[in-house]
Design a protein around this ligand. Sequence first.
Ligand SMILES: *Cc1c(COP(=O)(O)O)cnc(C)c1O
Length: 394
Amino acid sequence: MGSDDEGGGFEVETALTRLGRKPSAYSGFVNTPVFRGSTVLFPDAETLESREVEYTYGRPSTPTTRALETALATLEGGAKTFLTPSGLSAVSTALLAFAEAGGHMLIADSVYYPTRRFASRVLKRMGVEVEYYDPLTGAGIAGLLRPGTKLVLTESPGSQTFEVQDIPAICKAARGAGVPVAIDNTWGTPLYFPAFEHGVNISIQSCTKYIVGHADALLGAIVCDEASAAAVGSAHEAYGLTANGEDCFLALRGLRTLAVRLARHWQSGLEIAAWLASRPEVAQVLHPALPGAPGHELWKRDFKGAAGLFSIVLKPCPKQAVQRMLNALEIFGMGYSWGGFESLIVPFDAGPARTATVWKAEGRALRLHIGLEDVGDLKRDLERGFAALAEARA
Ligand SMILES: *Cc1c(COP(=O)(O)O)cnc(C)c1O
């Protein structure tokens, strides 16, 4: 059938409508159905012994999970995908795959906080020497690599503070030392940051964010190159990780609209970031796609687009004034996660978690996710918030 995914030759917008689909296998129905199942029956004793069948058991894969695995591997340009029940479990599994007592791991100081929590609670107890590094170090990573270094974990831009890392330079240095590099590529997405072209070995997605895209499922993916697939696959298998079929179905559905949603998040996010940069209440906008913002030059060099997620630093004001501002908002919701259709805002202080760098902001910081709403409505909402802020300070 013409719309079966034959895996090739199309532009990404077209590929997104085809990947992970095989209507000819499902009586012509357009979408890969949700398979629920543990047991898979083998046709005879000989096959049971040889295991030469497509599916052996529900835990390693079903047609639903495999459809998403192949779609993500193709989109990212990797060799193999391993799905996990959340983005965080994708990060922790990738780290565990390379963890060993006495080994050394380099983790960017700006990583997603729960990643850091995993490193300090679990990796350290296993005897891994975890070293945090300045995310802006670039080629300087060469000076931190040791004979016992097992993995370099990057995340670009960094969570909350949006430092853009020089991934090609880091990968070049690590490759020279034979050390694999992983990236938490959730912000860049498979569309906007071609991680494997830039030299990484493992690209991790919290599919919970833009891939699912509707705040209705948690899911993670580890996409590996040939060289790293065995280690990651072995850890993934040993831990018995699976991804729920319903959630994979939602991720596959999310892929169909990913390009158009992302374009809108990018455009609206940038417009609001530029508008915020001109507001008297705002000291700094941390959005790598905004000209003049930190990391912009590297973003322009390495990224093909931008997420709708960025931060601002307000001019100094009391905490209660910021709370009044947040409480006055009608459209922006206060809640964690991002990548869904709706706009969100949360205050943060990145300072306490840092060890290799100092994150100091004079005023209070807010992280915004710009959703799919009308930009005019969003600006009016933020104006309502700024009015409440001014009132609280008066
Ligand atoms: C949200 C997030 C994760 C974790 O994803 P979950 O699906 O919520 O576990 C990991 N990395 C980054 C950068 C994230 O924003």
